[in-house]
Ligand binder design. Structure first.
Ligand SMILES: Cc1cc2nc3c(=O)[nH]c(=O)nc-3n(C[C@H](O)[C@H](O)[C@H](O)COP(=O)(O)OP(=O)(O)OC[C@H]3O[C@@H](n4cnc5c(N)ncnc54)[C@H](O)[C@@H]3O)c2cc1C
Length: 380
C-alpha cells in the first residue's frame, strides 16, 4: 500500500484547510438535534456548498469536486481538525446519494442531488419500524399501487433528525404475497410534510427533540419517486448499507481529531487519574483506523469493493467512540457530570448509541463470523 501523497492531493488539502480556517463558525453552532441548531446547521450546509465543499466526492455537475476517495479522506481530516460542525445532511449525502448514483435515474439525480448538496432539502432515513430493526426484512409498512404512483401506510421509527427534516427515503412492502420477506419491497422517497404524514418526536436520553417516528396514512408518492424497479427495494437498500457502516459515516478524520482533543485534555488536567494507557490506546486506535481505512480506499481505487468488511469498520468505530468518551469523562472526573452540553458529555451520550444504529454490533459480528471467517450460520 503506497501512502505517499501526490502534489495534487496536497494542494487539495491545503485549499480545504484555508477555506475552513476562515469559515468554520466560532463559537460552535448549537446542537443540530434542536430546532434552532437544525436551522443553523442547514445554513452551514449552504455555506459549505457555496464554497463547493459540501459534497467533494460528487461529480461537479451536482455541486461536487469529483474528488477521489483519498482526497475525500484528506478533506474529512481537515474538516474535523478544524472543529467544523456535524453534518445535518449526512443521511442524504451518505445513504440516499450513493443509492441514486447506483440505482436512480438521471432525472432523479438532477432533481434530488443539488438541493441536497446545499441543505435546502434535508433527508431522513425511514427504514426501521417498531417490530423491524435488526430483522428489517420483516417490515410491514405498505406501498399500494394507485393511479400514477403509490399510497404509503404504516409506521416508521427511530428516524434521526426526522422532526425537522424535509423528506425521507425508505423501503415499503409492495407485494405482500411474495415468496420471501426480502422480496416484494419497494424503495421510495416521500415528503415529510405531505398530507397523511404525522411526525412525532421520540424522547432521547438528552431530551433533544429531533429524533422521531413517522406515521403514514395513504400518503401519495408519484412514480418518479420510486428508486429502481418496484419489488427490488431490498437489493437496492443492501447495496448501500456498506456506505453507512464502512467508509462514509465515520471517517478516520473524526477520530484523529477526537484523539487529539483527548490528548490535549489529558495534558491539561495535569493528573493521570489512571488513564494514561487508555489515552495512548485512543491515539494508537485512531492511527490504526486511519491506516485500515487507507487500505480499504486503496482496494476501492483499484476497482475492488468494501463489502462485508464494512462490518469490521462499524465494530471498530462504535467501540472506539465509546471508549474514547469514557476516558475523557474519567479524566474530567466529577466535572464530567456537568459537561452534559459540552463536547464530551454530549458526545458520550451519542456514543452510547453507536453499538445500536447503522446495524447493531451483534448483527455485525454475525456478518464477520459468517461472511469473512466462513463460520457456520448462527441459530436465529
Ligand atoms: C441513535 C440512533 C439513530 C437511529 N437512526 C435511525 C434512522 O435514522 N433511520 C432508521 O431507519 N433507523 C434508525 N435507527 C434504528 C436502528 O437502525 C435500530 O435501532 C437497529 O437496527 C436495531 O433495531 P431495534 O432497535 O429494533 O433492535 P432489535 O432488532 O429488536 O434488537 C434488540 C437486541 O437484540 C439483538 N439481536 C437482534 N437480532 C439478533 C440476531 N439475529 N443475532 C444476534 N443478536 C440479535 C440486537 O443486536 C440488539 O442487541 C437509529 C437508532 C439509534 C439508536
Amino acid at each position: 500500500m503506497d501512502l505517499s501523497h501526490t502534489a495534487d492531493e496536497d494542494r487539495f488539502r491545503a485549499r480545504a484547510r484555508a477555506w475552513l480556517r476562515t469559515h468554520v463558525p466560532d463559537p460552535p453552532l448549537p446542537s443540530l438535534e434542536t430546532r434552532e441548531g437544525f436551522a443553523a446547521h442547514r445554513a452551514w450546509e449552504a455555506e459549505l456548498a457555496a464554497g463547493r465543499w459540501s459534497v467533494v466526492s460528487w461529480p461537479e455537475r451536482y455541486g461536487g469536486r469529483d474528488a477521489d476517495v483519498f482526497r475525500w479522506l484528506a478533506f474529512e481530516e481537515e474538516y474535523y481538525a478544524a472543529g467544523a460542525p456535524g453534518r445535518v445532511s449526512q443521511n442524504g449525502i451518505h445513504l440516499l446519494a450513493p443509492t441514486l448514483f447506483d440505482h436512480g435515474t438521471e432525472e432523479q439525480r438532477a432533481r434530488v442531488l443539488p438541493p441536497m448538496a446545499t441543505g435546502e432539502t434535508v433527508w431522513a432515513q425511514a427504514w426501521s419500524e417498531p417490530e423491524s430493526g435488526s430483522d428489517l426484512a420483516s417490515l410491514t409498512s405498505r406501498a399500494v399501487r394507485t393511479d400514477g404512483g403509490w399510497l404509503l401506510s404504516g409506521q416508521k421509527t427511530w428516524s434521526s433528525r426526522a422532526a425537522f427534516a424535509d423528506r425521507a427515503f425508505g423501503i415499503f412492502r409492495s407485494d405482500p404475497g411474495a415468496d420471501r420477506p426480502h422480496l416484494g419491497l419497494t424503495y421510495l422517497m416521500f415528503d415529510l410534510r405531505a398530507p397523511g404524514v404525522t411526525v412525532r418526536p421520540v424522547g432521547r436520553l438528552d431530551g433533544r427533540p429531533a429524533f422521531a417516528e413517522i406515521f403514514l396514512d395513504e400518503v401519495f408518492v408519484p412514480d418518479e419517486d420510486v428508486i429502481g424497479e418496484p419489488g427490488q427495494g431490498w437489493r437496492i437498500a443492501m447495496s448501500t448499507t456498506g456506505n453507512e457502516r464502512g467508509l462514509m459515516l465515520r471517517s478516520p478524520g473524526r477520530f484523529l481529531a477526537a484523539a487529539g482533543r483527548l490528548l490535549r485534555l489529558w495534558r491539561a488536567t495535569g493528573e493521570d487519574r489512571g488513564v494514561r494507557d487508555r489515552v495512548a490506546d485512543a491515539v494508537i486506535g485512531a492511527r490504526a483506523y486511519q491506516l485500515f481505512t487507507a487500505g480499504g480506499a486503496a482496494r476501492c481505487a483499484a476497482g475492488g469493493t468494501i463489502g462485508a468488511e464494512s462490518s469490521l469498520n462499524k465494530l471498530f468505530w462504535s467501540r472506539y467512540d465509546l471508549a474514547l468518551h469514557e476516558t475523557a469523562l474519567d479524566l474530567l472526573g466529577p466535572e464530567g457530570e456537568l459537561d452534559g452540553d459540552g463536547e464530551w458529555g454530549e458526545g458520550y451520550v451519542f456514543s452510547l448509541a453507536g453499538p445500536i444504529y447503522a446495524g447493531t454490533d451483534e448483527i455485525q459480528r454475525d456478518i464477520v463470523a459468517e461472511r469473512l471467517l466462513g463460520l457456520p450460520k448462527g441459530r436465529r
